[in-house]
Ligand binder design. Sequence first.
Ligand SMILES: Cc1ncc(COP(=O)(O)O)c(C=O)c1O
Length: 430
Amino acid sequence: MSTLTIFSSVPARAAEAEAVPVATSRPIPAVLGADLEVPVKGGRLVGYANLDYAASAPCLEPVSAAVTAALPAYSSVHRGAGYASQLTTARYEQARHTVRAFVGARPDDAVIFTRNTTDATNLLARCLPAGTTTVVFDTEHHASLLPWQKSVRLAPPAFPGEAVRAADAALAGIDGPKLLVVTAASNVTGELWPIAALAHVAHRHGARILVDAAQLVPHRRLNLTALDLDYVAFSGHKLYAPFGAGVLVGRRDWLADGEPYLKGGGAVRSVGDDTEWHDDPEPRHEAGTPNVLGAIALAAACDALTATGWTALVREEERLIARLRSGLASIEGVRELSLWGDDHPRVGIVSFTVAGYSAREVAETLSGEYGIGVRDGKFCAHPFVRHLLGEADGGCEDGTASAVRASIGIGSTQEHVDRLVEAVRDLVNR
Ligand SMILES: Cc1ncc(COP(=O)(O)O)c(C=O)c1O
């Protein structure tokens, strides 16, 4: 009879997910790969200093444990009558509840699992009412810059209030449905955008707002309801859940009316002479067998971060990022990229240039000689990086101009940060 007990209790647990208080202030969880050793010049092995979290963050141990626990019963979702199928379906739907609670969504918001943030923004783009105009800043990641059919592009604003003013003016001049798209935390500078004020302005003009939270949610708490946001999108692989799932959360109506994102099994109620599509956004846009383990992983990461508590996470990140920034600032020829100045609040991301070296040379030296992983390039934000480099270096005619990006998170250590600073100092002094 234990089988029956589990069978009937799993869906009930899923339904109650939001009501269950999550314990707070657990120790910061460990990440997998913290003891990874990598070869450097001369064949020596050194501990890997992963400073590339903004691209993809390592897997949290609780995430790995959740996936491992789900694997033995892994089965199809939403279709099978078998026990494993029922259990996996319950786990998948539980993941949806967890994500809903994590972002503080309204009870009637849709929570659609996607492949990643790019997939989520493209899904929303396909569901916009006919004739919708999108207003988007040139500072966006390409995932939020490119999917829109009809958009008004705004120049990088000189200060946060200018962002609000520019959005206000642009939205005032648009008739018909409109959507403001903005990132919560820049993937180039880490700087936080005034999303509450932008949401307010959008709504004053009858527009909606989509917040690209890919770089915010690994670092800060986000509450969609409190901020009055219409949609948020983010990726599991940047949130310590590298199993290939992302999410779009937000108002149901446009998503319920939009053309099904993928056409196939699961999205239809019945197929005969006519096809009857689901009205509910989740089945409508999740045709085919979904990435169940990706959703379970993403939800486990949400749980782990919530259980740790944001105060501890933010305190440690701010300590390390301040050390990194002041270390880099002390090196002649190193210039940090910033839109709104040194004192503007930011998450654990720093992009910089080193005079006399290309970003690729710096990144390759850091990897090959010091065992440090960073990113170099324009970070899928070409207009923004060009703008920042142009300002910093007096021009960006060189199409290859780019920057180095160091980014931190759970598992980053003071030794990693100090190693980067000393390596850049060595390079400059050669
Ligand atoms: C701010 C921001 N938005 C969107 C994306 C796209 O994320 P994904 O590659 O997971 O679709 C990224 C990835 O770097 C990002 O930093």
